[in-house]
Design a binder for this molecule. Structure first.
Ligand code: HAM
Length: 416
């Protein structure tokens, strides 16, 4: 027996249905905001992620599934969706041909992290990117769409945490102040942080080991007047959209491309892997990847983590409404036609094996959770009818002409 790899898992029913429900909620909400779907490749040139996600990030430095393919090309399984969207935006000239710069995607991402509850090596993200709008309204719209999507999917008890990292100028000034501070504390820092503070001092604030104490001791970031105005404008609009949020000036996020607004959605119910969503502005990325100057903002939720939050909530009933049974040897074809007619009329219907005994088929009907069993035996075969048996105790069996069965079942279902 060859098992799946560590950190790679099968999503089985009912979890697979939960995933599909969350995806359906996303499509409904994204449609209201004018987002269109982009399907991007799972495998890209490794260089794409090195240049965008960033070569000092854990994702690129330690977690990427990167390899040389048979043709000698350096490739990587995508660890996140944003670089691929930006590449597609530039490569397909979407700045000219696209509608409004609003794109969503969903699919597997790959990171060779240490697996634990809520952290997998292959996981699913749903992401939304808004390219081309520099205004605070784009930030507020992106975050409020996220919150409406979480609500629609049934996720409650989450907190939205926001911050602004400022523009390149703000960050440059803060970088120097922070670097000075970190150099003075070098002996207190963990090994990886010590190794990278000169290259990327901000990353230390996001470090799992040093982040907590640095958050209280390190100097706080300051914003230039333009960034301050943008950030307060975003907050005003979030309040206007009735989005509850907290400002946390220590939130930095572990990817290199962020500028200005960054945010996360967290849930205490998830334990140590508490981030349901992460996102932010990346105003310089499109240009730095060879595209037009197109400021952008976006986010991605972890579907696996959303599913964990929804696992214990009552699921909508997915049992078939009707279960068709052939109660005579020759009734199989007629029963199959009835099954087809019920489904064609929008009634979810199932069957087991028309060649098995009535008792066995009835047992399957009971297990299926169907509201009604429809039986075709010798009498029904002759009369062109079906016997309808309510599966609830005490329900009276009755007969309907075959052609009327779907209408009758619909009528009865309305009464349940
Ligand atoms: P990220 O914070 O790296 O951001 O990931 C977003 C979400 O993906 C996380 O909040 C988490 O729910 C989920 N996630 C990440 N790693 C794992 C894992 N190993 N197992 C399960 N779930 C995981 C990004 O990926 C950015 N591309 C978001 C973005 C879009 N920023 C701008 N646009």
């Amino acid at each position: 027996m060859t098992n799946s790899l560590r950190g790679f898992r099968d999503i089985l029913p009912p979890d697979s249905e939960l995933f599909a429900r969350i995806e359906a909620a996303a499509r409904v909400v994204f449609g209201l905001y004018g987002y269109q779907e982009l399907r991007i490749p799972t495998l890209e040139q490794k260089e794409l992620f090195v240049k965008s996600t960033g070569d000092t990030t854990d994702i690129v430095e330690k977690e990427m599934y990167a390899f040389t393919d048979g043709g000698g090309r350096e490739v990587a399984l995508r660890p996140e969706g944003t670089p691929g969207v930006v590449r597609a935006y530039i490569q397909n000239n979407l700045a000219q041909t696209g509608r409004n710069g609003k794109y969503f995607y969903l699919g597997s991402m790959f990171r060779a992290e240490r697996p634990q509850a809520g952290r997998y090596r292959e996981f699913t993200q749903i992401g939304a990117e808004y390219i081309g709008n520099p205004a605070p309204a784009a930030d507020a719209e992106s975050i409020s769409m996220l919150v409406r999507f979480l609500e629609k999917a049934g996720v409650a008890e989450c907190s939205v945490v926001i911050n602004s990292l400022g523009c390149a100028e703000c960050r440059k000034a803060y970088r120097e102040i922070l670097l000075g501070f970190l150099r003075g504390k070098a002996e207190k820092l963990c090994e990886p942080c010590r190794g990278r503070i000169e290259r990327n001092p901000l990353r230390a604030l996001d470090c799992k080991t040093d982040g907590p104490w640095l958050t209280s001791e390190a100097p706080k970031r300051a914003l230039c007047p333009a960034c301050e105005t943008h950030f307060s404008g975003t907050q005003r609009l979030l309040s206007a959209a009735a989005v509850a949020y907290q400002v946390n000036t220590s939130l930095v996020r572990g990817l290199d491309y962020y500028t200005g607004t960054v945010f996360e959605v967290r849930s205490g119910a998830l334990g140590s892997q508490d981030a349901v969503c992460g996102g932010g502005r990346y105003d310089d990325l499109v240009k730095s990847m060879g595209g037009p100057a197109a400021p952008a903002i976006g986010w991605a939720v972890g579907l696996d983590r959303m599913a964990m939050l929804l696992k214990d909530k009552p699921a909508p009933d997915t049992a078939p409404r009707a279960f068709v049974i052939a109660a005579a040897k020759e009734a199989g074809d007629r029963a199959f036609a009835l099954l087809t007619a019920l489904r064609a009329d929008g009634i979810s219907a199932d069957f087991s094996n028309f060649e098995l005994s009535l008792k066995s088929q009835m047992r399957s009907a009971g297990k299926s959770g169907a509201a009604f069993a429809l039986l075709i035996g010798e009498d029904e075969l002759k009369a062109g009818t079906a016997a309808v048996k309510p599966m609830k105790e005490g329900g009276e069996q009755f007969t309907v002409p075959l052609a009327e069965a779907p209408v009758k079942i619909k009528e009865l279902l309305r009464g349940i």
